[in-house]
Write a protein that binds this ligand. Sequence first.
Ligand SMILES: [Zn+2]
Ligand SMILES: [Zn+2]
Length: 105
Amino acid sequence: MESFFVFIGGIQPRRVTVDPAPRRCPRCGRLTATLQRIDHYLSLFFIPLLRVKRGEDTLVCSRCGEAPAAGSGPEPDATAARFCRFCREPFPADYVYCPRCGRRM
Ligand SMILES: [Zn+2]
Ligand SMILES: [Zn+2]
């Protein structure tokens, strides 16, 4: 006998705080960022039932929003990017702190 499902709802994103400890935001350099993740849940009647997709851990700053982690997201513009002089990680020119090693430029 085949079972069938009636979906009332759908896939809903949910923001999850991975680590509430404040971290240094690579963009503004303040300790106002926390590690968060956006998971996608299958929800039924607006109640999340099942996690269908686990998001990437992302630093989210309360002042400047999401700060993309090193190596993820769209490639920064080559002319705008700088390289960390400590670990040679490329990062956007408006960053004050290296997103990889956290040292100030
Ligand atoms: Zn910030
Ligand atoms: Zn670095």
